[in-house]
Design a protein around this ligand. Structure first.
Ligand code: ZN
Length: 498
């Protein structure tokens, strides 16, 4: 190892340790830290964040990067670490500090106004703040530069290498197939009885069940833990410490059950990243979309599948016998997979979910290419809801104001949710080819071979392989919505007897 490389690794280690500390403070804040400590905690987070900012933008780091780039014969891992450090350096130094600080201040105010506007169902309250946020973000895109479309620079922060031209094609195909399918489902004469879902299911039982599901998936409790929080999340401090939270609703057990499986999928990814990548700062998921593919694979393709409930339903009924007394496995499965258009994205089922995302993508892209103005958003939102899902929000609170993302300027984030589902379906298809007994494995709770396969093909690489390369290495091709469309069409045609 050269001296420069040693110094670079030293720098990465220090940065990584600050990130781990920040992660621990964030986890603590969301899982029951005393409310009285909020001011001190905010100051600590500010100190850690500004230290991190200084580290990523230091001139010494730039010198190291330039020096290392001259050296020949780097390992793939080292060259990716250099690439990432350079990307962070460029992003943080191209935006003038004054602009950045003004934006951070605006974010805080905008989030407060967004909350107020959402509560009062009044977009006008939020509008001037959103206009300012969009203006800032447009300026940031100019500073950072872009290829082909200004929105590509925003996408690059969450899903490197995926651009608007790909998304336009992929999303158009999804719309073409799913919009008519959803209409068929709405008008099907067979509709599920879902009343059993909303009976009282004791929290302690849900917790026990959540833990047993995590165990079945192969989640390692020696390197993790399960807690409760308002918004469920998984957080990887490092691969040996990956924590999951869930939320218990006694009137709807699905929230905890499917939520835990979802976060468990994120956690399996983080737990199984090769420890060798820690010194290089690459022991994390490679993109938002790939991360979401792991959570959605477990939640949808395992947790909402018939073979899984063939294995689990008997267990479930012992936890709340009265609730499921007269519900057959078939009726349970149908009820659990009920699909119908709804206003709120985070409550949407798997059949309609992508259309919520496509709507947001089209609006965001329009804002950044200048074909849409902020003031037109509520009207366009409602028009698209009607066109894609056949329903119209009765107010802005359940329409254009429902998500927090825009108030913090997180444009370009939404597409990764849909990409995650598309990737998950592609991965599921390959898995089923490689394991002809896939359903049998699930039906008999033998999920370990599946988990191991995911680790071999995806998890272990952390952020070394980029999303596009990773998908290519698994499927032999690019991003393709066909497996997802096929999965949804087959499943819902059968379920609703279309
Ligand atoms: Zn997720």
């Amino acid at each position: 190892m050269t001296q420069t490389e040693e110094k670079f690794l030293e720098y990465l280690k220090r940065k990584n340790h600050f990130e781990q500390m920040l992660g621990l403070v964030i986890w603590d804040a969301r899982t029951g830290a005393p409310a009285g400590g909020v001011t001190q905690r905010a100051e600590i987070m500010e100190t850690l964040s500004s230290e991190l900012y200084e580290m990523t933008t230091s001139g010494d780091l730039k010198d190291l990067i330039d020096e290392l780039k001259k050296e020949q014969e780097q390992s793939e891992i080292l060259s990716r670490a250099i690439e990432e450090a350079e990307k962070a350096y460029n992003q943080n130094t191209k935006i003038p500090v004054d602009d950045y600080l003004a934006f951070v201040k605006l974010q805080t105010n905008a989030e407060v106004k967004w909350e107020e506007a959402k509560e009062k169902n009044d977009f006008e309250i939020f509008k001037p703040y959103l206009q300012e946020i969009v203006a800032f973000k447009k300026r940031f895109v100019q500073y950072l530069g872009y290829e082909q479309h200004p929105y590509n620079t925003l996408l690059d922060q969450y899903e490197p290498g995926v651009f608007t031209d790909t998304l336009d094609t992929v999303f158009a195909t999804i719309k073409e197939h799913l919009i008519p399918l959803i209409q068929k489902v709405i008008h099907a004469s067979d509709q599920p009885d879902t009343s059993f879902l909303f009976k009282s299911f004791p929290k302690e039982k849900q917790e026990e069940l959540s833990k047993s599901f995590l165990n079945t998936m192969g989640y390692n409790f020696n390197k993790g833990r399960l807690d409760e929080s308002v918004h469920p999340f998984a957080i990887g401090i490092n691969p040996s410490d990956v924590r999951v939270t869930t939320k218990y609703n006694e009137q709807d057990f699905r929230v905890a059950l499917l939520g835990t499986i979802h976060e468990g999928g994120h956690a399996l990814y983080e737990q199984n990243i090769s420890e060798e990548l820690i010194p290089y700062g690459l022991a994390s998921g490679t993109s938002m979309g790939i991360h979401e593919s792991q959570s959605l694979f477990w939640e949808k393709f395992i947790g909402q599948s018939y073979p899984f409930w063939e294995a689990m339903y008997a267990d479930l009924t012992t936890f709340a016998p009265a609730q499921f007394k007269h519900v057959s496995l078939q009726d349970f499965y149908f009820g659990l997979n009920e699909a119908k258009p709804s206003m709120i994205r985070i409550e949407a089922d798997e059949l309609t979910y992508c259309l919520h995302i496509i709507l947001r993508y089209e609006l965001e892209k329009g804002l950044f290419e200048g074909s849409i103005e902020v003031e037109d958003l509520p009207k366009l939102w409602n028009e698209k809801m009607e066109e894609y899902l056949g329903i119209v929000p009765s107010n802005d609170g359940e329409g254009v104001l429902q998500d927090v993302h825009w108030s913090s300027g997180d444009f370009g984030y939404f597409p990764s949710y849909a990409l995650g589902f598309i990737y998950a379906a592609q991965i599921n298809e390959v898995l089923k080819q490689e394991f002809p007994n896939f359903e049998e494995l699930v039906r008999t709770k033998q999920l370990e071979p599946i988990r191991v396969w995911l680790t071999e093909r995806i998890h272990q690489y952390g952020a070394v392989k980029k999303p596009k390369d990773l998908i290519e290495s698994i499927t032999g091709g690019g991003i393709d919505p066909t497996p997802l469309i096929q999965y949804l069409t087959e499943k819902y045609t059968k379920l609703y007897r279309l």
